[in-house]
Design a protein around this ligand. Structure first.
Ligand SMILES: NC(=O)c1ccc[n+]([C@@H]2O[C@H](COP(=O)([O-])OP(=O)(O)OC[C@H]3O[C@@H](n4cnc5c(N)ncnc54)[C@H](O)[C@@H]3O)[C@@H](O)[C@H]2O)c1
Ligand SMILES: [Zn+2]
Length: 347
């Protein structure tokens, strides 16, 4: 839920759980930018606050063990609450650590990046990366609450803002032409935060509706994977490259969406004009991804590893027949994927 008054939400948690049962997980940035506001409402003991280094490279089992240690040595019980104050790394890993500690304690997400507000912190997917592959270990486990407070996004670096924006574009593309018009009309060079709050609400409503219908991703929820089959491969591949400059999740999804829209045009007759509009939005704001055909085999291998695939010799995608008309379980041949990658990398 989105709130204008985070103080009320926090005081409610304080009443319900008691100060001694509340534990807070932050990272080095949210400790500076967001934690002070939280401490205005609930005075938490320092030993109930954990500060992790920021970054995807820390979303792993070693860091999860540190969170379990923090809870255990701090005296957490099954009645305790873990408050995850941060971006998707903190909400994914904090949710996972809480849901496995003592067979599961309650947790609340307070997403502080746009990406976590519209995606990672809602829907109950928790987890960590393992052996260089993303989100390999985890479980479905709903937070007792997700508190969205838009003013937190004002300190986000612009590329982090854009990373979340890509997921909002995805929700609009799978939802309806009206949602897409709203997203395309938003001025990314001069952010209007009150308008943003409205769009975040709409984006959440879209995701919530889909997750409610299909919490365990047996059907409809797979529509949310649009852009992610190629996107995840690009994101993971960026970790193997010599410069080791990891690609932001939303950037990878943006590039993945353009490639998967190309496949959608070819296979399902998705409108070419919309592909052109989205491609322009990508080039103007996200730039072009740099890869060559030498990278294709590795990228396709990563797509095969993707947990969404059900059999080893085919790659399954969510594609769009039109805006607001997603088709799940679309089998795409390697050659068709390579053509989409050619399109993306030769723009
Ligand atoms: N569970 C899901 O359904 C789901 C969905 C999408 C993404 N994810 C996961 O989310 C992760 C990416 O999330 P993310 O982009 O939020 O990454 P992140 O948590 O690494 O945050 C990005 C950066 O922004 C900083 N930051 C956070 N809030 C800030 C603020 N208010 N002001 C200034 N800086 C701030 C963080 O410290 C970090 O450096 C990935 O691990 C991805 O797999 C999960
Ligand atoms: Zn995503």
């Amino acid at each position: 839920m989105q709130t204008n008054d985070i103080d009320i939400e926090l005081r409610y948690l304080l009443c319900k759980y008691g100060k001694e049962q509340i534990y807070v997980l932050t990272d080095e940035n949210t400790k500076n930018h967001c934690l002070p506001l939280l401490l205005n409402s609930i005075q938490i003991d320092d030993k109930h606050i954990m500060v992790l280094p920021s970054g995807e490279e820390h979303k792993n089992l070693q860091t999860t063990c540190l969170i379990w240690d923090f809870l255990q040595t701090g005296g957490a019980t099954r009645k305790s609450l873990l408050v995850c104050l941060g971006g998707g790394v903190i909400t994914d890993m904090g949710g996972f650590a809480a849901s496995t500690f003592k067979r599961g304690i309650n947790y609340v997400n307070i997403p502080t990046t746009l990406l976590s507000a519209v995606d990672a912190a809602t829907g109950g997917k928790t987890g960590i990366d393992y052996n260089g592959l993303k989100n390999q270990i985890g479980l479905f486990s709903m937070p007792v609450k997700t508190i969205i407070y838009t003013p937190f996004f004002q300190t986000l670096p612009h590329e982090q803002f854009l990373s979340g924006w890509a997921e909002m574009l995805k929700h609009a593309l799978i939802a309806s032409p009206l949602e897409l018009i709203n997203i395309l009309a938003f001025n990314l060079d001069e952010i209007d935060y009150s308008r943003l709050a409205e769009l975040v609400n709409r984006s959440n409503t879209i995701k919530e509706y889909i997750v409610e219908q299909d919490p365990e991703e047996k059907g409809l929820r797979k529509t949310l994977n649009f852009g992610h089959t190629i996107g995840h491969a690009l994101e993971e591949y960026s970790l193997y490259k010599p410069d080791k400059q990891p690609m932001l999740h939303g950037y990878a999804v943006m590039y993945g969406m353009v490639a998967e829209l190309y496949i959608s045009v070819e296979k399902l007759g998705f409108p070419q004009k919309t592909l052109t509009d989205i491609t322009h939005l990508m080039i103007e704001n996200y730039g072009k991804p740099i890869c060559s055909c030498k990278d294709y085999d590795k990228l396709i291998e990563l797509m095969r590893h993707d947990k969404k695939n059900t059999s080893a010799d085919c790659i399954s995608f969510t594609l769009l027949k039109n805006v607001g008309n997603a088709r799940i379980d679309q089998i795409v041949k390697e050659q068709e994927i390579k053509e989409a990658l050619d399109f993306l990398f030769n723009l």
